[in-house]
Design a binder for this molecule. Structure first.
Ligand SMILES: NC(=O)c1ccc[n+]([C@@H]2O[C@H](COP(=O)([O-])OP(=O)(O)OC[C@H]3O[C@@H](n4cnc5c(N)ncnc54)[C@H](O)[C@@H]3O)[C@@H](O)[C@H]2O)c1
Ligand SMILES: C[C@@H](O)[C@H](N)C(=O)O
Length: 381
């Protein structure tokens, strides 16, 4: 459970008070700090107030970097249980109106150390959830940028988390393993020689975080995720994106071109399980963790298997397989994940299997595509 920070009594106030007044002053301060909700003024670099927000002191204040991506959008909603203004979303993109209206959203480039420092101090941050990254396929297309965002960006948040004693979560991935790792199943501890800049940057993150934990006592936590599947946001350019695209194409055209071979088995997870794992892991007391980086798993399937599952909803779906350069990335990744350590240490359990995932995707997407097609018909008529 999160323990709220103890506010210190200002020295000047104490010196001026006699004993009875000291007691009275501390009582008042205790009352003020015990109050679960306070209005906090945030200041920008020129000492102008940003805005006033009601923040809950019973819960951590969380900064999410890269929060407009596939995972951040969902996690911000899940964490709103900590209080609407306890979750600070940040990214380098213009946020949709809905995000801007749902709580604090700020521009923050992960490469800008000072700006991040300003946010952490001004918003009195307790936890950082560090999502900014270039994923596997886009990373291979721009290696220098991937090195900057995924490696330099990580250095910035690690150093700030150390400086301000924050708890920090940095996701890792099945992509942190390579062709020399055991692939079926892949355990937590084994050889890691990934062949993508994305994978290399994630091994770097795991090792740096663990180093900061042992050297400086930083509460660094990481989960290695499978390919994450969600309906409300599009994935950001990974090798597992096909498993989201198939649902959209099935509903839009009934035809799907898959860039992986039909027998390419990869670990996958539905977004709700993924987000729940982050919250449960972050809320686990440190003493229960025997490691700082854990595999988490849900299911594994091939493109042929997900196509069959999708055909229960779109029976005439036609799929063609045209492997491209993402095939060699997928061929170097785990086929199944061994997550027994996460299950043992902090009780990790997935809820969704392949049929649950298909139901959830169609429940969300079918009305949207029906609505779009009705509107198009109306326009033509
Ligand atoms: N989605 C998955 O399948 C999956 C699986 C395993 C691990 N992960 C990890 O989870 C994290 C989030 O993944 P995601 O799928 O949401 O990614 P995403 O690509 O959807 O989102 C990443 C976000 O980072 C932002 N970003 C890029 N450059 C930035 C910069 N310079 N400063 C600040 N923000 C910047 C982007 O604008 C984007 O919104 C990543 O670290 C990723 O490696 C994702
Ligand atoms: C697996 C994960 O890290 C991401 N979806 C990718 O394919 O790059």
């Amino acid at each position: 459970m999160f323990r709220s920070r103890v506010m210190s009594v200002p020295l000047g106030l104490l010196c001026r008070c006699k004993a009875r007044e000291v007691q009275r002053a501390s009582k008042i301060l205790r009352l003020v700090t015990a109050s679960p909700v306070q209005t906090v003024r945030h200041f920008n670099g020129v000492n102008e107030p940003h805005q006033q927000y009601e923040v809950s002191h019973a819960h951590p204040r969380v900064l999410i970097t890269g929060s407009l991506g596939q995972l951040g959008t969902g996690l911000a909603k899940v964490l709103s249980r900590y209080g609407r203004n306890n979750v600070i979303m940040s990214d380098i993109l213009k946020a949709p109106r809905q995000t801007q209206e749902s709580g604090p959203y700020l521009f923050a480039d992960i490469l800008d150390f000072k700006k991040l420092q300003d946010l952490i101090v001004s918003y009195n941050i307790d936890w950082i959830i560090h999502f900014s990254a270039l994923l596997s396929a886009v990373g291979e297309n721009n290696v220098p940028l991937a090195m900057r965002v995924n490696i330099e960006g990580l250095h910035n948040v690690l150093e700030l988390a150390k400086q301000y004693k924050l708890k920090i979560f940095v996701p890792s991935t099945i992509g942190a393993f390579g062709p020399d790792s055991p692939r079926n199943p892949t355990p937590d501890l084994c050889i890691q020689r990934p062949r993508t800049i994305y994978g290399v940057s994630k091994v770097h993150a795991e090792l740096m975080g663990e180093y900061y934990f042992y050297k400086f006592g930083l509460d660094f936590r990481s989960l290695r995720f499978p390919g994450v599947i969600s309906a409300d946001t599009h994935p950001g350019g990974g090798t597992t994106d096909y498993a989201v695209q198939i649902f959209h194409d099935a509903l839009k055209t009934g035809e799907f071109d898959c860039y992986l071979r039909e027998d390419t088995m990869l670990p996958m997870m539905y977004i709700d399980d993924c987000l729940r794992s982050i919250v449960e892991f972050m809320e686990t007391p440190s003493e229960r963790l025997t490691m700082r980086t854990y595999n988490v798993s849900a299911m594994s399937f091939t493109p042929a298997e997900i196509a069959d599952a999708v055909r229960k909803y779109v029976p005439n779906l036609a799929v063609t397989y045209k492997p491209d350069k993402r095939q060699s990335i997928a061929d170097s990744w785990p086929m199944r994940f061994d997550d027994s350590n996460a299950r043992r240490d902090w009780g990790w359990k997935h809820h969704m299997e392949i049929d649950d995932l298909c139901r959830a995707m169609f429940d969300y997407l079918t009305p949207i595509y029906k609505d779009t097609s009705n509107k198009m018909k109306e326009q033509v008529a």
